[in-house]
Structure formats: structure tokens, C-alpha cells
Design a protein around this ligand. Structure first.
Ligand code: ASP
Length: 327
């Protein structure tokens, strides 16, 4: 008898929980949504986020407002979302750093695999190895020679430990077996300002931040990290072509929500993401910036979860062998 009472009670609780989930998702969204971008305004993650948020807002019928929370390689912004109300009104757009930070940081204010729900994958952006405009090296080989000869003074900008630019810089230094001086920023938007001004020498950053500058001749490009050359940067060789064997890396981006956000809400956001990725303006702007929207099948919670898990496993041994950790 006791058992049946308990069962009835549990069923009633589950029914209430389910109905509130359904109810909260039914009218969702009823107000604007905050999308945390874990890097400075004006950088590549910010650019991708603003394009996608605008298109998603149209489908959702409510505004997605971008809030830039830069610092600590994207982990501050991720932490903010992990601790937000799981009501669908705070989401995170983050990139590969979500996976690399899980190993790079000895301590994080969140658990990468347990603190979030998933919405879907957004885009996969190649990186470019670039330098200040007056860098004398003519090609990647020349840049490597220059970096080796000036290793104590040559500076490499990044967006902090855990950022894509940090990962790419780390791979570059390990490929050329030379440690260079790194300069961290809260995002590669401000780092680009310093590269343009010649205050830093080298950066490895997403094409979504570098394509226009390379085309305009305001910075020098030495390689792209994609398997093939890019239509928008035809003269820039791949890193492999330019002599760095196996140097291929794509910066995938995904949208997350705090753990406990109802599935109906993440599904609704995923639907809006799918619509956004088909928006002709998003596709055209992505193409101009050397990237493309993720396929529709990847704009799902399951695809992002699988990607995050496989990428944590992929980068763990690389990071461990580089011996790079942050506290
Ligand atoms: N591109 C940066 C990174 O290195 C982040 C940014 O500013 O968007 O991860």
C-alpha cells in the first residue's frame, strides 16, 4: 500500500514537472533572451553570434541580446551561463574552447559535461596564421625562421588560455619546437587592433576576424588551417602546403543553455538555429568570411553533445603532451 501511495505521489510530482515544462515551453520565448559571448565585442565569436542571433530572433519573435563576457579564454562567460537560471532566457555561444578548457584548466567554475544543456552546432571556422603588415617574412617558412631567430622578443597574440587562438598558437609553437612570447587579450577583436598597429607580431585567428584585413592588405597572411584553400583567400596556402605537416584545425561553435533548461526549450532554440543557418544573409556573410553554416542535421542538441564529448577526448592527449595548464 505504502509503495502504491509513493508511486502515485511520484507520478503526480512528475506530471506537475512535465506540465510546467510543457507550459513554460509553450509560450516560450515571452521576452528577450541573453546570449553570452565569452569574448570581447568586435571579435570573430562575436561576429558569428550577432549574425546568428539576429536570424534566430526573427524565428523566435523575440530579440536575442548579445552580452560580451570576455576573460580567462572564454571560461568566465561559460561560468556565467552555467550559473544562470535554466529558463531559456540565458544561453551561451562558445567554440572549441569549451572542449579544450576542460583539460587546460585544473579548476573551472563549472563542469563542462554536467553544467549545460545543448542546442546545436553553428559553424566550423578555419584559422589563419597572420602577422603585422610590415613583417619581413615572405612565406610561412620565412615566418618560422623569423620566429626562431627572434624567439625571445617575437609576440603572439591570443584571447587567453582556452581560446581558439591559444590552441592554434600552441600547435604552431609545438610544430616549430619553439616557445614564443604570448600576449593574452579578452578577445581577438582587441588583439587585431594591436596587430594592425604593429604592437604585436603574430596571431592565429579565425577567418571571421582576419579575412577582410587580409584582403585589404592591412595584415599579412601566411597560411589557412583548412584542408583546402579558401575561395575568399585563394592566394593563401594551407598550412600543410606551406610545410606544417598535419596542421589542420577547425573552430566549431555551438549554443548551450544552463543545466536543467527544459528540453522543449532547447528544442525550440534548435529549431530557430536551423532556420537561422538557412537564412540567405547568414550564409552569404559566412561565405564572405571564409566559413559556412553547419548542416541542418548538426544544429541539434544530440550533435553538439557528441561533438563536445569527442573533442574533449581528441584534444586531451595533445594538451597533456604540451604540458600546458592553467589554474
Ligand atoms: N578568436 C578568439 C579566440 O581565440 C575569440 C574571439 O575574440 O572571438 O578564441
Amino acid at each position: 500500500m505504502k509503495f502504491f501511495k509513493a508511486l502515485a505521489c511520484a507520478t503526480a510530482v512528475a506530471a506537475v514537472a512535465l506540465s510546467s515544462t510543457v507550459a513554460s515551453a509553450a509560450g516560450y520565448p515571452e521576452r528577450s533572451i541573453t546570449m553570452i559571448v565569452p569574448f570581447s565585442a568586435g571579435g570573430p565569436t562575436d561576429t558569428v553570434s550577432r549574425l546568428v542571433a539576429e536570424a534566430m530572433s526573427k524565428d523566435l519573435g523575440q530579440q536575442i541580446i548579445i552580452e560580451n563576457v570576455g576573460g580567462a579564454g572564454g571560461t568566465l562567460g561559460a561560468g556565467r551561463v552555467a550559473n544562470a537560471e535554466p529558463d531559456g532566457y540565458t544561453v551561451l555561444l562558445h567554440h572549441i574552447g569549451m572542449a579544450t578548457s576542460a583539460t587546460l584548466y585544473r579548476k573551472l567554475a563549472y563542469d563542462t559535461l554536467k553544467s549545460f544543456e545543448y542546442v546545436g552546432l553553428v559553424t566550423d571556422v578555419p584559422m589563419t596564421i597572420v602577422a603585422r603588415k610590415d613583417m619581413e617574412a615572405k612565406d610561412l617558412k620565412g615566418l618560422i625562421d623569423y620566429a626562431k631567430t627572434h624567439k625571445d622578443t617575437v609576440t603572439v597574440a591570443n584571447a587567453g588560455i582556452g581560446a581558439a587562438s591559444h590552441l592554434c598558437g600552441m600547435l604552431f609553437m609545438s610544430a616549430i619546437q619553439t616557445a614564443l612570447v604570448t600576449v593574452p587579450y579578452k578577445g581577438t577583436g582587441p588583439a587585431m587592433t594591436d596587430l594592425l598597429g604593429g604592437q604585436v607580431d603574430i596571431m592565429c585567428d579565425q577567418t571571421t576576424n582576419t579575412t577582410k584585413q587580409i584582403q585589404g592588405g592591412t595584415i599579412k597572411a601566411y597560411a589557412v588551417t583548412s584542408p583546402k584553400r579558401l575561395d575568399v583567400l585563394k592566394d593563401v596556402p594551407t598550412a600543410v602546403e606551406a610545410g606544417l605537416a598535419g596542421f589542420e584545425v577547425g573552430i566549431w561553435h555551438g549554443i548551450y543553455a544552463p543545466k536543467g533548461t527544459p528540453a522543449a526549450v532547447t528544442e525550440r532554440l534548435s529549431k530557430a538555429l536551423k532556420v537561422a543557418l538557412k537564412d540567405p544573409n547568414v550564409a552569404a556573410r559566412f561565405a564572405e568570411l571564409g566559413t559556412a553554416p553547419s548542416p541542418e542535421a548538426d544544429a541539434t542538441p544530440a550533435a553538439l553533445k557528441a561533438k563536445l564529448e569527442s573533442e574533449i577526448a581528441r584534444w586531451k592527449p595533445v594538451i597533456q603532451s604540451a604540458g600546458q595548464y592553467a589554474d
